[in-house]
Design a protein around this ligand. Structure first.
Ligand SMILES: Nc1ncnc2c1ncn2[C@@H]1O[C@H](COP(=O)(O)OP(=O)(O)O)[C@@H](O)[C@H]1O
Ligand SMILES: Nc1ccn([C@@H]2O[C@H](COP(=O)(O)OP(=O)(O)O)[C@@H](O)[C@H]2O)c(=O)n1
Length: 240
């Protein structure tokens, strides 16, 4: 190799995508707003809650007692997980089984916090999220969940906490779920938030994280508010 030739590592090293990290409680609009933002910006989208849900589904399929952390951890090496990052539609696969719909079942919502509290599960999925975010082909990716701004991508260029009052979140979620009463949906959401809060902090913004409160914003206004934060943050970072 002559001195002037670029090294293979330099010429082949992939561009690191711009990462937009969004956290928030259940029903705050993380998934729907993040998807719309990604679409508008031509970015990828990663729903990290889908992986926790898919792992809960897998553990139940295998007959694991999800209250037993050791049994849950022992299941991890067999968890073969695939998710797309296209905001216009993505399938969630465990092995060859499409679980995109199945993971939204109330049975999974009721179980997911138990597997999400196991540190080995969190470490395994965190590593997976980081590699998916870096391997996708678009110039940026919106990654949403509970601990993206604090644990998965604390160095992300843009970090946002998306919140809404409990009342607004319950009302939005119960509009989506017709198979259960509004009271049941509200109670399940409340107990899931309470269980999840013991493991990760997503009710208040960590240092450097911008809060977007959508309680009094409609869907379009929330998308605009998030895009505003992204625009401001990226402009500021490019001047740093
Ligand atoms: N600002 C908003 N105003 C009204 N409805 C909203 C708003 N943001 C999200 N929604 C709706 O609320 C519901 C829950 O949003 P979702 O994205 O599933 O929340 P999360 O992923 O945080 O649980 C969806 O039906 C979504 O369309
Ligand atoms: N980054 C994340 C994302 C989800 N989760 C867990 O996964 C569950 C489902 O996440 P989700 O994003 O699908 O939940 P919703 O708020 O959309 O109902 C949460 O209740 C958490 O237990 C997590 O622990 N960490």
């Amino acid at each position: 190799m002559t001195f002037s030739e670029p090294s293979p590592a330099a010429s082949e090293s992939p561009q690191v995508p711009l990462i937009v990290a969004i956290d928030g409680p259940a029903g705050s609009g993380k998934s729907s707003v993040s998807k719309a933002v990604a679409r508008r910006l031509g970015y990828g989208f990663l729903d990290t809650g889908a992986a926790y849900r898919a792992f809960a589904w897998f553990a139940l399929e295998r007959g694991v007692d999800t209250s037993e952390a050791e049994a849950v951890t022992a299941t991890l090496p067999y968890f073969d997980y695939t998710i797309g990052t296209d905001p216009d539609g993505y399938a969630v696969l465990v092995g060859d089984t499409d679980v995109t719909e199945a993971i939204r079942d109330p049975r999974i919502s009721a179980t997911v916090s138990a597997v999400a509290r196991v540190p080995e599960v969190r470490a395994f999925l965190t590593a997976l999220f980081r590699s998916i975010a870096r391997e996708q082909p678009l110039p940026g990716i919106v990654v949403e969940g509970r601990d993206i701004t604090t644990v998965v991508e604390p160095e992300a260029e843009v970090r946002i906490l998306l919140t809404a009052s409990e009342e607004a979140r319950m009302a939005r979620r119960s509009l989506e779920i017709s198979t259960q009463s509004a009271e049941t949906v509200a109670e399940q959401l409340r107990s899931r938030d309470a269980a999840d809060s013991k493991v990760v902090e997503f009710m208040s913004a960590a240092d450097g994280v911008t809060t977007v409160d959508s309680t009094h914003l409609d869907f379009e206004q929330t998308i605009d508010a998030v895009i505003d934060v992204i625009t401001t943050r990226t402009a500021r970072n490019s001047h740093d």
